[in-house]
Every structure is written in C-alpha cells, then in structure tokens.
Design a protein around this ligand. Sequence first.
Ligand SMILES: Nc1ncnc2c1ncn2[C@@H]1O[C@H](COP(=O)(O)OP(=O)(O)O)[C@@H](O)[C@H]1O
Ligand SMILES: C[C@@](O)(CCOP(=O)(O)OP(=O)(O)O)CC(=O)O
Length: 496
Amino acid sequence: MAHLVVSASGKVLLAGGYLVLDPAYSGVVVSTSSRFYSVISNGKNDRIVVKSPQFINATWSYTWSISQSALSSSIVVSQLDTPAASKNKFVHLALQKTLSLALEVNGPAELERSLGAGLHITIAGDNDFYSQQDQLKSRNLPVSLSSLAEIPPFNPTGVGLADVAKTGLGSSAALITSLVTALLVQTGVIAPDQLASASSRRLAHNVAQFVHCLAQGKVGSGFDVSAAVFGSQLYTRFSPAVLQPIMDDSSGSQSLLSALAPENRAWDLTVTPFTLPPRTRLLLADIHAGSNTPLLVSQVLKWRAANSATAHSLWTALDQCNTSLGRTLARLTELYERDQHAYVETVRWVSGLQPRQWLANPNMQQEQSTCLEAFYEAHLLTEQIRAKMREMGKLSGVEIEPEQQTKLLDASVSMAGVIGGGVPGAGGFDAVWLLVCEPPEDTPGIPPLPRVERLWTSFPGVAPLLAQESKRQGVTLERLDDVPGLAAVVETAARD
Ligand SMILES: Nc1ncnc2c1ncn2[C@@H]1O[C@H](COP(=O)(O)OP(=O)(O)O)[C@@H](O)[C@H]1O
Ligand SMILES: C[C@@](O)(CCOP(=O)(O)OP(=O)(O)O)CC(=O)O
C-alpha cells in the first residue's frame, strides 16, 4: 500500500526565551534531527483512524460529513465515541481545520475523492522527545549516547500521553506540523513535488501555527512551529492579530484561506536561516523532569508588566547578547568558509583547553587568532546570557535556571572544547543544551564529546540525548523505507 510520509523537526531555543514573545526581539532557534512523522495510508469504513503506537490508549477514530448549500459547504469531523476513547484535541483540530481549508480550496468533490474510503494515520516521534532513562535502566545499559542508539527507534513508552516524561523538544509543534502538512498533501492542497517551495512552506506554516495556537488555547510566540517548518533560524514572531478572526470564530463562518494564505501580508514573522558553526555539535542533557512552560511564562510576564523599567533594561541587555550570539555563531561559519585550515586548527586547539585558556597562545597566526576570538566571544556571550536569565528568574521568582541546572552547566561549560551552553526556551527542567567542538579524528587526546558524556555520568538523573542539529529543512516529505524503524511501526498500527 502507498504511504504518504511527512516529517517535521523538533527545536531548541538557544537564546531568546521570553523575549521572543515580543515582536521587538528575536530568538536563536536550532531545529533538531529528532523528528515527528505522520504517515497516511488508505483506511476503510469511511473513518479516519489516527494511532500513536508509542503510547497506550492512543487510538482516535473520526468520521466526517460534508454539507453543501448553494452558498457554501462545510465539513465536520467528529470523534467516534467508543467507551474507551480518549480525546486528543491537537489531532482533532488538525483534522477539522486542515480538511476545512482543503474544502475551501478544492471543493467537496475533490475533498471526498482524497479522503476515499477513509484514512489510516500513524504518528511517531523519535525517542529523544521523551526521557529514555527508564529504558536504559530496564535494559541494564549504561548512560551514554551509544546505549541510546541501542534502543529501538520509536520505542513504546509504556505509558499514556499524559504521563510521559517529555524532554522539551517541542513534540506538539512537530506533531502538528507533520500532521497538518501530510493532510495538505493528501488533499492535494500542496502538490508533493511543491512542498519545498517557499509558498507551500508558508501555507504549511500558517495552518500549523493556527492549529497549534487553537489547540493550546493561546497564541504563543510560535518559534517552535516555525522551526518545525523552516529549520534552524533567527526568528521574530508574527502579530497575533492575523489569527484573531479565525481563532474567535466558533461558527466556522470565516474564510480560513483568506487568513492562512501564503500571500496574506499580515503574517509578518521574519525567518532568517541559520546553522551552527562547522565542527561543532549540539548536545542535550535530559534531566528526566520537564517544565510547565505556561506557568513559567505567566509568572515572568506578570513580573515584567509590574516592573516595566527594570524589565525593559534587562530585556534590552539580554537582547544585545542574544543577537550577538546569533551573529558570532554565523561569523564562525563565515570564518570556516574563508580559511578552512585556520578554522580547523583552531577547533583542535580549543578542543584540548578550557575556555579560559583559549587565548593564551601568543604564537597564533592572524586567521587563527580571529577564529579563536570568535569562539571565545561565543563562550562569553553564552555565559552572559545565562547570568541574565538567572537574574530574570531571581527577579520574577521563577526557576529559570534551577540550582541543579546551574551546577550541571557550570561543570560542563568549563570543560575543554565546550563553547557554551544554557537552559533553552523558558528554562526550568527541560533538557539543557551545550555546544561542543568536534575536532578531526587525528587530534591527540580525548575529544570533548566523550569527556562531557563521562562528566554527566557523575550527575545522577542526567543523560545525553541523541538529538543533533538537523541539517535538513524543517518539514520534509519522506520515503517510508528510508526512515529506520518507521515501516515496522506503521505495520503494527495497521494490524492492531
Ligand atoms: N506522539 C503523540 N501522538 C499524539 N498526540 C500527541 C503526541 N505528542 C503530543 N501530542 C499532542 O500534543 C499534546 C501535548 O501538548 P503539550 O503538552 O503542550 O506538548 P509540548 O510541550 O510538546 O508542546 C498532547 O496532549 C497531544 O494532544
Ligand atoms: C518562554 C517562551 O519564549 C519559550 C518557551 O520555550 P520552550 O522551549 O520552553 O517551550 P515548550 O516546548 O513549549 O515548553 C515562550 C514562547 O516563545 O512561546
């Protein structure tokens, strides 16, 4: 049977937490190699059955009905009420709103044709979206990247969705983006060979952003959906006003297309593509906890509103550091392109020394010194950002960089070859990030990555994640057999 597979990437907001909620500031977002996959195949009995086989009690069945009048037509997607049925607002809204848009674009006959006798949809997220520490324990595996690679892909979590320990990589945004985009392709709104085009991506972004906001019951900054669609970027948010007419429209009488069309100029986000510097690797430490982002956000914003002068100067200072970090990391890529040899030699040097020793080489060639200064600047900026985020936490009474994260980060960022790190996004107890140098293999000494891995084993409850920066674009059409383990998940889902 033919399968339509669309994946979307997870995210790490390296810098810009809280600030990015305000269009005056931007965030540095890295999209991850960890992805969510939505796989659509033909279903039966006029049903849309959605399964998430990594979870227990995670099958949701829907019917649809299309009504037509002389003036307009509409579709209603309803969940089939079996006694054991759980609800999934995110999935239900993705179906309801994307199919409504498809109806508006292509009309009822085409929509009926594309839904056929029904759809079977499998959702699967890479293991990194969920803490794997219990898995490692039950398999008697030591805490390491190579142990994680031994856990089968899309491993069942053994729990229901509400009880899973998330790592904070943006599961709901990646899920919604992959599902919405797969439905847009299934219904012919986006032609498969057009998904890479700018206007198809914008459409996928706008619809995913809308569905995600509606499901969350609020308009967040949307950096997570933007990363899921467009990949790593410097992100400045869109004005929430663009979604207001359709967010408030309980009768469904407003045109979705006029709000969500790629041509709608009211979508004023800016997305500047970005990549981490060559020979560096993003490394994440899962601390087996997870954060309640909405609670953190409401407390910080309440403090900001009540202390506008202090907040303004803190926001301004932080923004300068965040922007400089984005610029310095981009400059490192430029320096690599200008003189690869000097850059790689600098990476070798940096990899064997703690950051405070980096500049202690009087005999360096000019090009290498320039690279070294840029690495050191990146280090200093990440430390300044951490200090300011801790200040934000202290002032607002919120644990943005909790003490145990401070200890873990302080120990990690003073190691040889570690450029910097921090608490991503809203901070709290989500996985922390590090940027680590990857010198060529013939460099003497133990490379930074295994050294950091070893350090982390001395912190109870801390484990690395496999996720790295995704070098592919965010939302992508895949071939089922190219994604290890996915065909098996789809087969199991079809059998049950
Ligand atoms: N693997 C999945 N399968 C189905 N639905 C999922 C999956 N992961 C997340 N969701 C949906 O997203 C919701 C989680 O949203 P939320 O807790 O806001 O996550 P996040 O912190 O990733 O944004 C779940 O209640 C569910 O509706
Ligand atoms: C505070 C924020 O600026 C960043 C939150 O980033 P996280 O990465 O913590 O987000 P979640 O995955 O949703 O928990 C809020 C926002 O931008 O919407």
